[in-house]
Design a protein around this ligand. Structure first.
Ligand SMILES: [Zn+2]
Length: 414
């Protein structure tokens, strides 16, 4: 077997093994605590809710095991066989060029998307449905999927053509040009998303009057200016509550899900908004974007260097080379570090969540924040008894019991 193909497959299998082991730990932790509500939540979470969260957590782990295995098979088949076959097919009747490369990438993308579709449909229409989270009828699921696929093609297509063109026109520094264009795209994406993309999926209306006044008072108290307060009809798709801020500077908007507004009393909604304000106050969104831009620079530099190496394609056993495969496999090799980067990114994200919680505690008090987190955990059926290692690897947010314990400890100290 070609050496690079062997190395990448070994690495992928190693991570798959680690994932399976972590999943087993998480399942064991959920199972061994499901008979009793943890003491800290004995007054706020019923045994029924606790058992429902356990059942949901275990069902998701089982789903993750199956979908992980299917993803693995698709990836291995694609690497060992698919890439070379598709490249040979197009090579047989097209001369090398941007169009041929684009078609190769398009066929591989469509194949990968179709392979993943049944799993996505199952997760939402069966698994999430069974626990009452899904509110999307199959017809809306199909409509959303079609729109998202067309959008990806409409946005991704020109970007890929640009990169393929730059690889031919500026063989050395093409990746630098790609970095500049993608950075620009990342900077304007939030605005485009809010104005053009999000309205395709949801309706945004001014925040209901009874909540607008307290939220505006909170903004005034914390010296925060916004470009508008909105609520979004998230209940059309899911019963989960959330809030987000989008954009930068004075045009940033605050969006609250109608599910959050319907299910939480006003003090808890204020706590959730205060938490989001904490993220802005400590510039988490901005530094996150800067980290993304710097990370993209190194990623593209690595891809640019790898794609130029004559050993890359033979190393994967490719007998019908095309720049498209160079780009794809360079991306795969450079991206093989991503599980480690994700680990670091999740650790940073969890630290930011603690900071935002602390900001909310000093702004609205500890009780509403604890109550909001508890209600969110209960309504979202998040486990209150996660495994430490599983959480360390996967969680972008610290588990609710950890956040609540930290809030109460800090409040006791203050
Ligand atoms: Zn947060």
């Amino acid at each position: 077997m070609p050496i690079l193909l062997f190395a990448i497959l070994a690495w992928i299998l190693l991570w798959h093994g680690i994932e399976l082991w972590l999943g087993r730990r998480q399942a064991a932790s959920i199972r061994s605590h499901r008979e009793r509500v943890p003491a800290a939540f004995a007054d706020s979470v019923t045994l029924d809710d606790h058992a429902r969260a356990a059942a949901y957590g275990l069902a998701r782990l089982r789903f993750g095991k199956v979908s992980g295995l299917i993803d693995l098979v698709v990836l291995v088949v694609g690497l060992v066989w698919g890439l070379d076959v598709v490249s040979r097919l197009f090579g047989a009747w097209m001369s090398p060029g941007i169009l041929r490369s684009l078609l190769i990438l398009a066929v591989l993308w469509v194949a990968a998307t179709l392979a993943g579709l049944p799993l996505r449909a199952w997760r939402e229409l069966v698994l999430e449905q069974r626990f009452g989270f899904n509110r999307r009828a199959p017809s809306l699921f199909v409509r959303d999927t079609l729109i998202a696929t067309l959008l990806t093609a409409a946005i991704g297509g020109p970007i890929v053509v640009g990169i393929l063109w730059a690889m031919r026109a500026l063989p050395g520094p093409w990746w630098l040009g790609a970095w500049a264009v993608l950075t620009l795209a990342m900077l304007v994406a939030p605005t485009i998303y809010v104005r053009l993309v999000a309205p395709l999926f949801n309706r945004f209306t001014p925040l209901r009057a009874e909540m607008a006044a307290p939220v505006e008072a909170l903004l005034a108290r914390t010296g925060f200016r916004s470009g508008g307060l909105f609520e979004m009809d998230a209940s059309k798709r899911s019963s989960r509550g959330n809030a987000f801020f989008i954009g930068f500077g004075p045009t940033k908007r605050i969006v609250l899900f109608d599910t959050l507004l319907d299910n939480h009393p006003p003090p808890e909604i204020e706590a959730v908004v205060a938490h989001e304000l904490g993220h802005f106050k400590y510039r988490h969104t901005l530094t996150g974007m800067l980290r993304g831009i710097v990370g993209l620079f190194f990623m593209l530099a690595a891809i640019g260097w790898l794609a130029r190496q004559s050993w890359l394609l033979p190393g994967f056993g490719i007998r019908h080379p095309d720049p498209a495969l160079g780009l794809l496999l360079a991306g795969l090799v450079a991206g093989s570090l991503s599980p480690l980067l994700e680990l670091a990114g999740n650790a940073i994200s969890r630290r930011h969540e603690f900071q935002a919680d602390a900001f909310a505690r000093t702004t609205v008090g500890v009780a509403p924040m604890v109550a909001a987190l508890t209600r969110l955990a209960r309504d979202n059926a998040s486990t209150l008894t996660p495994d430490r290692l599983f959480s360390l690897v996967h969680d972008t947010h610290p588990p609710v019991p950890v956040r609540v314990a930290r809030l109460l400890a800090d409040a006791g100290r203050a």
